[in-house]
Structure formats: structure tokens, C-alpha cells
Design a protein around this ligand. Structure first.
Ligand code: ADP
Length: 402
């Protein structure tokens, strides 16, 4: 179709806002961009439209609300050809608690339900709500949909989502594991089944989403049965700047013995740990690979801890799946780092995993396919498409499906 209907996707964060206009049918992107460094002197809106890059300086006072207004101005001007094709807006919302197991059309009730999940994601949900309110005001004629990062993992059984804490903390305060990156893991599950030529209910996937944030999910017949992120996105794998799994006693030690305040602990675990903390150099996997090659000990160590932890999770997820149809790498690191894929699967030789070195080198930079040797457990690389999942859900709900 030459001029297909489009969905505008908004992903509002505290210091950035990402947007894209997508054809939900083909997944083709007609516009994409982001507002970066919001609240700072370097705040800027950048976009790509019709194969050309554009940029607009923002002021220190600009926030998600004013950026959305700036987008409306652009849709009235330079991007007007797209405006009449927009059929709906899809919002990425991090936390839907136990209230949302799928995407929903936004109304007053949904807004207050998202509000009630703010306690569970104080850094993310309030900003998403602000973005939704601004978009409702800016595009009153368009249906708007919330797509939750946690929704896909609502199928986890209680023995996987409960912490071994007093049960009343779950009952009274909803303290449990929720998991994130749901749209990505869902896409990987469906796309793996397509690539393997089998129906989704027949395939059991271990999906490793390795970006700046990283999580892994065990997906049985299309349903998430376990995942590594928990109440918050801090649990699980080693990430760019987040620590992943820790001894909870360590937090007491930091507070009591080393006199860290809660704010300092939050900063340490979220921003100063993971790859950057261990390497003392960078949170960027590519930079660390280069540095490790040049002999930087911290970079090598950080990558080793990253791969070892990941391999342990992969081995553990054979338990809920019984029979694993494929291990899939995705996210910036999973899609591109042949080194991480090689080191991780090397730990899994005991489970018969073996990569084909030529395929592992080849399937990178947007390519998709198998990287394991013939007759060994299937390992795939699939570039993730969270945006397309959001666009498809949004279009379906906007058109009256459920
Ligand atoms: P985000 O979670 O911010 O969406 P991405 O999925 O874009 O993150 O992943 C970013 C990570 O991917 C960074 O650590 C980056 O170094 C890594 N990455 C991107 N390209 C390569 C590459 N060619 N080799 C190794 N790592 C890469």
C-alpha cells in the first residue's frame, strides 16, 4: 500500500522522549526521532523523515509535554503528509502491575490504574502518564493505547513471581517479580516460531534481550513462564550501569557499615554498577570489547562477569521449559556482539550448545538467523521490534479488536 495508515508511538522517559510513526501492517517506519538530554543545556529534538535528518534545539525548560506540542507543530508543518494517516497513538508504559496483562485503550479508568502503579515504578510511570496526558490534549481526535512492559510476564506462575518474603508484603503491597521488556520478548517468541516454521504454541524459547538494560525470559508456547527482572528493572543480568542480582544483605552493609544513604544506594545500583562499574571505563559493550582487546583488565573482567551470569540464567531456564526449542539473542549486544554470544555459549558446552563461528560472525548488524552448528541446540539472532509490537497492538485496539 502506498500510503498506509500509521500509528504514532511515544516512549516518554525522564530525560528523553522517543517517537516513531509506523505502518502496523508491515512494520515500516515513516518517521522516527527523539528528544535527548531533556532538562539540560544540550536538550535537542532530532528526527529522521524521508531519509533526511533534522534537528531542533530545545530549551532547558522543555519537558515531555512541550516536546509533544513541538511534535504537533511539525505534524502541522513539515510532516503534514503523515498527519492524516495517523489512526492512533501507542504509549510505552513500563509498569502495569497486576492490573494489565495486555494492552488497553486509554480512558479515565485506565489513567487512574496506571497512576496506581506509579509506586511500583516511580522513575518511569509518572513520566509516561505526563506524556499520555499531553498526547490526549494534543491529539484529542485519536484513540490512544497503553502497551505495558510488564504485561507479557503476567502469565508467570506464582512460584516464579514470588519473593521468599512474608506473603503479606505481596498481598498488601504487591511486592513480587513483574519483569520488563515484555514487548521485545513477545516479538522474539513469535518471530522465532516463524523462523523455525512452527506454530508458536509448539516452541519453547529462551529470549536474551541484551541492551543497556538486559533481561532474559523463558517463554513456553508463547507464554512467559519466568524472567530475570523483578519488582524493578534492577534484578537479574548484569547491565550497562545496573548491577543485576545481588545479595540483599549487601544493601544493609552499604547502609549500616559504609553509611550510604538510600539515594546513594539507588545511584550506585542503577547508574554506577554493571559494565561501567566493573570496568571503570564504559557501559558500552562495543567500547569494552575494543578495550579488552587492547589489554584493559577491567573491560575484560566486566565482559566475563556479564557472559558468565547470562550463561547461568540460560542454563537455569531449561528448568521451566523442560525442552528448549531455541535460545535467541537480541538487543544491541545480542544482535551485534559475536564475542558475547561466543563466550556465553562456551559456558554452555555442557548442555551441548555450539556456535558455528562463521555464522556467528556473519549474523550481525540487523541480520537475522541461526548461528549454531547443525545438530546442536538451536541458537538464533533476531533483531527485536518492540516498536512494531506496540504499533500492532495499538492499531488492533483502535480498530475495535481486543
Ligand atoms: P537500549 O537498552 O538503550 O535500547 P541497545 O539495545 O541499543 O540499548 O543496546 C546498546 C548496547 O549494544 C551497547 O552496549 C552497545 O555497545 C551494544 N552494541 C551495539 N553495537 C554493537 C557491536 N557492534 N558490538 C558490540 N556491542 C554493540
Amino acid at each position: 500500500m502506498a500510503n498506509p495508515d500509521l500509528v504514532l508511538i511515544l516512549n516518554c522517559g525522564s530525560s528523553s522522549l522517543k517517537f516513531a510513526a509506523l505502518d502496523p501492517g508491515s512494520g515500516k517506519e515513516f518517521l522516527c526521532g527523539q528528544a535527548n538530554a531533556l532538562g539540560g543545556a544540550a536538550a535537542k529534538l532530532i528526527w529522521r523523515y524521508r531519509a533526511q535528518n533534522g534537528a531542533q534545539k530545545l530549551s532547558r525548560d522543555d519537558d515531555d509535554t512541550t516536546v509533544i506540542r513541538a511534535l504537533v507543530d511539525r505534524f502541522d508543518g513539515q510532516w503534514s503528509e503523515l498527519k492524516n494517516r495517523l489512526i492512533a497513538i501507542g504509549h510505552r508504559v513500563v509498569h502495569g502491575g497486576e492490573l494489565f496483562a495486555s494492552s488497553v485503550l486509554i480512558d479515565e479508568e485506565v489513567l487512574s490504574a496506571i497512576q496506581s502503579c506509579c509506586e511500583l515504578a516511580p522513575l518511569h510511570n509518572p513520566v509516561a502518564l505526563q506524556g499520555i496526558q499531553a498526547a490526549l490534549a494534543a491529539f484529542p481526535q485519536l484513540p490512544q493505547v497503553a502497551v505495558f512492559d510488564t504485561a507479557f510476564h503476567q502469565s508467570m506462575p506464582d512460584y516464579a513471581y514470588l519473593y521468599a518474603l512474608p506473603y503479606r508484603l505481596y498481598q498488601e503491597h504487591h511486592i513480587r517479580r513483574y519483569g520488563m521488556h515484555g514487548s521485545s520478548h513477545r516479538y522474539i517468541s513469535e518471530r522465532s516460531a516463524q523462523l523455525l516454521g512452527r506454530p508458536t504454541p509448539e516452541v519453547n524459547i529462551i529470549s536474551a534481550h541484551l541492551g543497556n538494560g538486559a533481561s532474559i525470559a523463558a517463554i513456553k508456547g508463547g507464554y512467559s513462564v519466568d524472567t530475570s527482572m523483578g519488582l524493578t528493572p534492577l534484578e537479574g543480568l548484569v547491565m550497562g550501569t545496573r548491577c543485576g542480582d545481588l545479595d540483599p544483605g549487601l544493601l544493609l552493609y552499604l547502609g549500616r557499615t559504609l553509611n550510604y544513604s538510600l539515594g546513594e544506594i539507588e545511584q550506585l545500583l542503577n547508574r554506577e554498577s554493571g559494565l561501567i562499574g566493573l570496568s571503570g571505563l564504559s557501559n558500552d559493550c562495543r567500547a569494552l570489547e575494543q578495550a579488552a582487546e587492547d589489554g584493559h583488565t577491567g573491560a575484560r573482567l566486566a565482559l566475563e562477569v556479564f557472559c558468565y551470569r547470562l550463561a547461568k540464567y540460560i542454563a537455569a531456564y531449561t528448568i521451566p521449559l523442560h525442552r528448549v526449542t531455541a535460545l535467541v539473542f537480541t538487543g544491541g549486544i545480542g544482535e551485534n556482539s559475536a564475542w558475547v554470544r561466543d563466550r556465553t555459549t562456551a559456558w554452555l558446552n555442557g548442555l551441548a550448545y555450539q556456535l558455528d563461528p562463521a555464522l556467528n560472525e556473519k549474523i550481525r548488524f540487523g541480520a537475522e538467523g541461526r548461528i549454531s552448528r547443525q545438530n546442536t541446540p538451536e541458537v538464533l539472532v533476531i533483531p527485536t521490534r518492540e516498536d512494531w509490537v506496540i504499533a500492532k497492538d495499538t492499531a488492533q485496539l483502535a480498530r475495535g479488536g481486543d
